[in-house]
Design a protein around this ligand. Structure first.
Ligand SMILES: Cc1cc2nc3c(=O)[nH]c(=O)nc-3n(C[C@H](O)[C@H](O)[C@H](O)COP(=O)(O)OP(=O)(O)OC[C@H]3O[C@@H](n4cnc5c(N)ncnc54)[C@H](O)[C@@H]3O)c2cc1C
Length: 402
């Protein structure tokens, strides 16, 4: 069977490209799973954090160094506001959290999917489910798409098969294989936006506790790699929350993550402790620590690791123990045992290399009439709605240019 356009993968990028494609074209959307956009349905715990507030310029810094320039055209052409308007005009209402995350007011990702599917029906786009594509080839200017059951031909092809994370949703790296067969280079894929497990995790009793503003320094072989600030969550096995997820692309097994629970450096912590000890010798450690507003359970856990009592007078501590306390409160060391794998990573870093895709059209620079959009490309954003926005924005640009 022959179509004008075949889109491989009915996730947010594929569905939105199909909707945005020129009218009066015969479009076939092939989806591997028995239901489309399974990853959209589990996004944001089923509530779908669709996008983030802020200007497009604010968005540019949220896709790592390499992404910044590449995403610019797509984001300016189809911004967060355009995305909210698209759904808003079709009856979906949104709420925005204090931190700028936009969710459907119903808190149901399915409201987004049903809106997209209504548009797909309205535009007479042929959506075939249970149709895993197994190869994409091009002969004499015509693409041949082979599924497990059928063979199709098309003038133009868009690959929107996603990354490799959460493979049970259908995205397992097929698109990158098709791209490679067609002559594209693939940036090695690694799990991104992942939690980390910690060697000899000493904070397990605090699992479930979140710290709204914490500072974290990544150290590798005693060298400081970077320092970040943000919200962090302690889990049973290690650390998570936006501070960890968003910066996991910079972490490696064996790195030390130094957590600062006080907001001042080690030297200032010691100076303050010794000052108080000389001016108020009867002051207890508990009293001294009050100035840092540290969660009581955390304070108890850290102090218990030193063998010191919270009721002890600080004048009796001595330099060595003051040093140890300062280390634990301002540079609490957590050694990365492992980063979570593709099974539980929220996105994939790596994919089809951006230098081989025109960011203004999403067309391949290597194969004419071949397009890419969404997570299949080497772009990954921070948590907070940036990945869905990229899928929709790049899907829009690809759709318009198909
Ligand atoms: C648990 C979780 C929570 C998330 N939460 C958020 C969030 O709240 N906000 C946010 O911005 N991002 C979130 N993300 C990331 C976001 O969901 C993805 O970045 C986004 O879905 C990517 O869209 P896509 O269309 O490029 O790819 P996908 O959504 O992965 O869609 C690809 C589609 O292609 C199909 N496909 C794959 N191979 C083939 C083939 N051979 N033949 C036919 N079809 C094929 C797949 O079945 C799938 O339907 C989350 C991800 C996860 C895993």
């Amino acid at each position: 069977m022959r179509y004008d356009i075949i889109i491989v993968g009915a996730g947010p990028a594929g569905l939105f490209a199909a909707i945005s494609a020129p009218k009066n074209r015969r479009i076939l959307l092939l989806e591997k799973q028995e239901k489309p956009a399974r990853k959209l349905l589990i996004s944001g715990n089923g509530q779908a954090n669709l996008t983030h507030s802020g200007s497009v310029s604010d968005f540019l810094s949220r896709y790592g160094k390499a992404g910044k320039k590449y995403i610019k055209y797509s984001l300016f052409n189809f911004s967060n506001q355009n995305l909210l308007n698209f759904f808003g005009e079709r009856g979906v209402k949104f709420i925005c959290t204090e931190k700028g995350k936009h969710f459907p007011a119903s808190l149901k990702a399915n409201d987004l999917l049903s809106t997209l599917l209504d548009e797909v029906r309205l535009k007479n786009i042929d959506l075939q489910l249970d149709s895993a594509v197994i190869s994409v080839t091009k002969k004499e200017n015509v693409f041949e798409i082979q599924t497990e059951q059928k063979r199709y031909k098309a003038e133009k092809v868009l690959i929107t098969t996603g990354g490799k994370s959460y493979p049970t949703t259908g995205s397992s790296g097929d698109g990158q294989n098709f791209a490679k067969e067609l002559g594209h280079s693939i940036v090695p894929m690694t799990p991104a936006l992942t939690a980390v497990s910690i060697r000899n995790h000493q904070l397990t009793t605090l699992s479930g506790i979140s710290f709204p503003t914490l500072s974290l320094t990544i150290r590798r072989e005693n060298k400081k790699i970077a320092t970040f600030h943000g919200e962090m969550l302690i889990t049973h096995k290690g650390l998570s929350g936006p501070l960890i997820l968003d910066n996991s692309r910079m972490m490696q097994q064996g790195d030390t993550l130094s957590l600062n629970f006080c907001g001042i450096n080690k030297e200032r912590f010691i100076t303050s402790l010794l000052n108080d000890a000389s001016h108020a010798p009867k002051m207890t450690l508990k009293h001294h620590l009050k100035q840092y507003n540290i969660l009581r359970r955390l304070e108890e856990t850290i102090v218990s690791l030193t063998g010191i009592e919270l009721q002890q007078n600080i004048a009796e501590l001595g330099k060595k123990r003051a040093q140890r306390l300062a280390e634990l409160f301002t540079e609490f060391p957590c050694i990365v045992n492992n980063l979570a794998g593709f099974d539980s990573a929220m996105v994939t870093a790596g994919g089809v290399t951006t230098s081989e895709i025109n960011p203004k059209t999403m067309e391949s620079k290597i194969v004419e009439n071949l397009f890419f959009a969404g997570e299949v490309i080497d772009i990954d954003g921070d948590s907070g709605g940036f990945n869905l926005q990229w899928a929709f924005s790049s899907g829009f640009v690809a759709g318009k240019n198909l």
